[in-house]
Unconditional design. Structure first.
Ligand code: ADP
Length: 394
């Protein structure tokens, strides 16, 4: 009996031992696989974070460059590569090796000394002038030691071009205003100095003053139109416009001017209806016909015509048989204040802004302008209007 009890106890103990071992084993296996799973999760989270970081960096418009402690490239984003036209792997290279830009070396030295440099501008040695703005700063760790450097690059080229265009515009406007103003001032002074006592001289001087004040007035009107068109303050009042009738009205308005030079005005425009702003299209046609009369040949002919192209676009032209425009000036005549012959334009009371206004108005209608010319044979100005309105549709 005692023996059987002993055997039973022993068997229970052994069973308990194995049960514990098995339980312990499965517990530790479970723990190990839990640890493994958590490590895997951590790895995945860090991979996800890195991928997110890369997506974030690549979505930046600015070029981003991170240098490590030994000033080697650690990370760049897509915008940075695009900015410098780089395709190869840059990690581990120095800036000079990667970009061959010594100005950046100077910048890095300044960042080391000053910890942060803002709005540093560099001009790239490209054929097309390109400007960059760089903001750079030292990255420090929690102990305050230098851990790396971050550089953010912004393309300034467009901004610089706009700045230059604005400066040129202001210089041109000042020049254009100064010429008639100084004439007015000079003649007023001469009149006050005694010329007014001779009625014939006084009359001649007053006529010059009148002509120049009209020029100033025209210039200011054109400048206001240009600035309103450029700032898109002018909203087009779009309606179906009968183009042949509109051209007829413009030619009638300018007939007296054409007769002074014995120029024959011809309306060959078919009965087109376009979707447009009648007042603005009147301004386009009036500017082109006025130019054709001003610069065209005396005893010559000015024709307004057009056709509907296969793609439905309306193409209208104003043609003269005057001296024409040299090939190198064909595109430039649409620039503000560009004149082929400055003296001639001023004599004719031109502001140098007419064709620029024409271009703005046509583009606001979704069309395009261009000029064709054969020297000595004449010039033809074309503009397109995309929409022909079919009035019989309903
Ligand atoms: P402007 O007030 O000087 O006429 P525009 O912008 O209307 O200014 O025209 C710019 C220049 O283009 C003119 O100064 C002139 O030199 C040239 N131009 C325009 N139209 C003609 C044309 N039909 N024939 C020859 N030259 C022209």
């Amino acid at each position: 009996m005692w023996f059987s009890l002993f055997i039973l106890t022993l068997a229970a103990l052994v069973g308990h031992h194995f049960w514990w071992r098995a339980k312990f084993k499965s517990q530790s296996e479970r723990r190990a696989s839990e640890i493994e799973a958590s490590q895997r999760k951590q790895q995945q989270t860090s991979l996800d974070a890195k991928a997110q970081q890369q997506v974030l960096f690549n979505s930046m418009l600015e070029g981003l460059l991170l240098l490590d402690r030994s000033r080697k490239i650690y990370l760049v984003n897509r915008a940075f590569k695009n900015l410098f036209g780089l395709k190869t792997e840059l990690r581990g290279k120095t800036i000079v090796e990667a970009l061959r830009l010594h100005e950046l070396d100077d910048l890095l030295q300044r960042v080391e000394a000053e910890k942060q440099v803002l709005d540093y501008e560099i001009k790239l040695p490209d054929l097309n002038e390109r400007w960059l703005q760089v903001n750079a700063a030292i990255i420090t760790n929690s102990a305050g030691e230098r851990d790396g450097t971050i550089l953010v690059f912004r393309d300034l080229t467009r901004l610089k071009q706009l700045e230059r265009t604005r400066e040129e515009f202001v210089a041109n406007v000042s020049h254009e205003l100064r010429t008639p103003l100084s004439l007015i001032k000079g003649y007023v002074e001469t009149l006050l100095d005694g010329a007014r006592n001779d009625p014939a001289v006084a009359e001649r001087f007053l006529k010059i003053i009148e002509r120049n004040s009209q020029r100033l007035d025209l210039l200011i009107q054109d400048l206001l139109t240009i600035s309103a068109l450029e700032s898109e303050k002018i909203k087009l009042d779009l309606h179906p416009v009968e183009l042949r009738a509109l051209a007829g009205k413009v030619l009638t308005d300018l007939n007296a001017k054409a007769e002074n030079k014995n120029i024959h005005l011809v309306n060959e425009l078919p009965e087109f209806t376009a979707n447009g702003d009648a007042n603005r299209l009147d301004q386009v046609l009036a500017n082109l016909v006025d130019n054709a009369i001003k610069y065209g040949r005396a005893e010559g002919r000015v024709t307004v015509g057009g056709k509907q192209r296969d793609d439905g676009v309306l193409e209208i032209f104003v043609r003269d048989d005057g001296p024409g425009i040299p090939a190198e000036a064909l595109e430039r005549v649409f620039e503000r204040f560009y004149r082929v012959d400055k003296a001639r334009s001023r004599d004719q009371g031109g502001t140098g802004l007419g064709l620029s206004i024409v271009k703005h108005i046509v583009q606001a209608h979704g069309g395009e302008v261009r000029c064709e010319s054969v020297l000595g044979k004449g010039a033809t100005f074309f503009f397109t209007l995309p929409d022909a309105v079919d009035l019989t549709a309903d």
